[in-house]
Design a protein around this ligand. Structure first.
Ligand SMILES: *Cc1c(COP(=O)(O)O)cnc(C)c1O
Length: 368
C-alpha cells in the first residue's frame, strides 16, 4: 500500500504530516559514535512524531519535529492520574540496506486495546503504521547495522488536558520517539535469575495488567528493587489465584519433556508479540502449545521431577532469555537448561534481520 492510498479496511486517508527538520541534528560522525555502542534507551534520534487528539477535533496536527522536551501544564491529567499507554517495537536494518519492522499491525492493535482500557482514544492502526514510517523517513540513518542492533521505537500516548477532575481527558497527545539499541546480551545470551515476588502483585483481575501502561511498571519497581537486593536480575509475579503471571516486562514459557510449550493465560497478562511469534515458530516445528494457568507448585514440582526441561522469558527488548534460577524467601531452585529457547530465538531473529524466509509475512518495510 502506498502512503498516498486510502486504507482499504477503514477508508481512512493518510494523515498529512508537517515535517520540521532539526537544525541541530547530530552530524554523521557523532551519530556513528553513538551507533557504535548505543546501549539501551540512553540515546535518542533527532526527531519525534507528535499528533494531537481532542474530543471535538479527533486526530489532528500530525507533525514530525525536532526531538525535544514536551511542554505540559502542571495540571496535565497524566501527571496526576496516570492516563497513559505505550508500545515498544524495533526497526531492523537488513543486509540490502532496507529498514523493516516486525508485525506492527499487532502493536497497533494492542495500542488500541491498551487505550480502550485507559479510556484514551484509539489511534487507527493505519495512522500508527504511518507514524513509524514518517519517523523513519527522517531518522532512518539512525537504524544501526551491527549484529543484533536495532532502532527501538517507542510510541506513547497520554492525557495532556489541564484539568484535575477525574474523567477521561479531552486532550491527548500521541508521540513516537526512537532510540538505537545494541545487542541486549554482550558475549552471548546468558540465563537470568528470577526473584519470586511473594508480597506484591503487578496487576489484578479486572485491572490494567493486559494493557501496556506506565502504572503497571510503577507497581513493579519496588518488587524489582527487592529482586536486586536478593541478587536476582528480574522479578516474576503471581496472579491472585497463585498462578504464575509474567516478569512485568516479559512473558514466561515452560517447556515440558514431551515437547509441549505451556504459557500462562490470564486476563492480567500483557500479551506479547514476541511470545505469540515464538509459539507460532514452535508450532511450525510440530510442538504442542498450551495457554493455561500454571501454579507455582506446578512449576517447582515440574522442575524437581524433570517434567519441565526449560523455562524462558520473552519480549521485544531481550527477545528470548533462558531462566537460570528461581529464588523465593524460603527456597532456591536451579532451573534446567535446554536448547529450545535459544534455537527459537535464533530462528526469530534471523527472520527479523532478513536472513531467513519470512514465511508468515511478518515483516513490513518502513523506508522507501
Ligand atoms: C511489552 C511487554 C511484554 C512483551 O511484549 P512484546 O510485544 O513481546 O514486546 C510483556 N509484558 C509486559 C508487561 C509488557 O509491557
Amino acid at each position: 500500500m502506498s502512503l498516498l492510498d486510502t486504507d482499504p479496511d477503514t477508508g481512512l486517508a493518510p494523515l498529512e504530516f508537517a515535517v520540521t527538520r532539526n537544525l541541530a541534528a547530530r552530524p554523521p560522525a557523532a551519530r556513528a559514535e553513538i551507533l557504535a555502542a548505543p546501549g539501551f534507551g540512553q540515546h535518542f534520534t533527532d526527531h519525534m512524531v507528535d499528533i494531537c487528539w481532542s474530543v471535538g477535533g479527533g486526530w489532528h496536527r500530525p507533525r514530525v519535529q525536532p526531538y525535544g522536551p514536551i511542554t505540559l501544564d502542571p495540571a496535565a491529567a497524566v501527571l496526576h492520574y496516570g492516563q497513559e499507554v505505550f508500545e515498544g517495537i524495533k526497526a531492523y536494518r537488513h543486509a540490502d540496506g532496507g529498514i523493516y519492522t516486525f508485525r506492527p499491525d499487532q502493536n497497533g492493535r494492542r495500542l488500541q486495546r491498551s487505550a480502550r482500557r485507559l479510556a484514551l482514544p484509539e489511534l487507527p492502526v493505519a495512522y500508527f503504521l504511518q507514524s513509524l514510517r514518517e519517523l523513519i523517513a527522517v531518522d532512518g540513518d539512525w537504524v544501526p547495522d551491527g549484529e543484533d542492533q536495532s532502532l527501538y521505537l517507542r510510541p506513547f500516548m497520554f492525557a495532556k488536558e489541564a484539568f484535575l477532575g477525574v474523567r477521561p481527558a479531552h486532550k491527548v497527545g500521541y508521540y513516537v520517539i526512537a532510540s538505537p539499541a545494541g545487542a541486549y546480551f554482550k558475549g552471548g545470551v546468558t540465563p537470568v535469575s528470577i526473584w519470586l515476588s511473594e508480597e506484591y502483585t503487578r496487576a489484578a483481575k479486572g485491572g490494567t495488567g493486559a494493557a501496556k501502561t506506565g502504572g503497571n511498571y510503577a507497581a513493579s519497581l519496588l518488587p524489582q528493587s527487592e529482586a536486586y537486593e536478593n541478587e536476582c536480575d528480574q522479578v516474576v509475579f503471581l496472579d491472585q489465584d497463585g498462578n504464575v503471571e509474567e516478569l512485568g516486562g516479559m512473558n514466561i514459557v515452560f517447556v515440558y519433556k514431551d515437547g509441549t510449550l505451556v504459557t500462562p493465560q490470564s486476563d492480567s497478562i500483557l500479551e506479547g508479540v514476541t511470545r505469540e511469534s515464538i509459539l507460532q515458530l514452535a508450532r511450525d516445528r510440530g510442538h504442542r502449545v498450551e495457554g493455561r494457568g500454571v501454579s507455582l507448585a506446578e512449576w517447582r514440582e515440574g522442575v524437581a521431577s524433570g517434567d519441565i526441561v526449560e523455562v524462558f522469558a520473552c519480549g521485544t527488548a531481550a527477545v528470548v532469555t533462558p531462566i537460570g534460577q528461581l529464588k523465593g524467601r524460603e527456597f532456591f531452585d536451579e532451573q534446567p537448561s535446554g536448547s529450545l529457547a535459544l534455537s527459537l530465538r535464533e530462528e526469530l531473529t534471523e527472520i527479523q534481520y532478513g536472513r531467513r524466509e519470512d514465511r508468515h509475512g511478518w515483516l513490513v518495510r518502513l523506508d522507501g
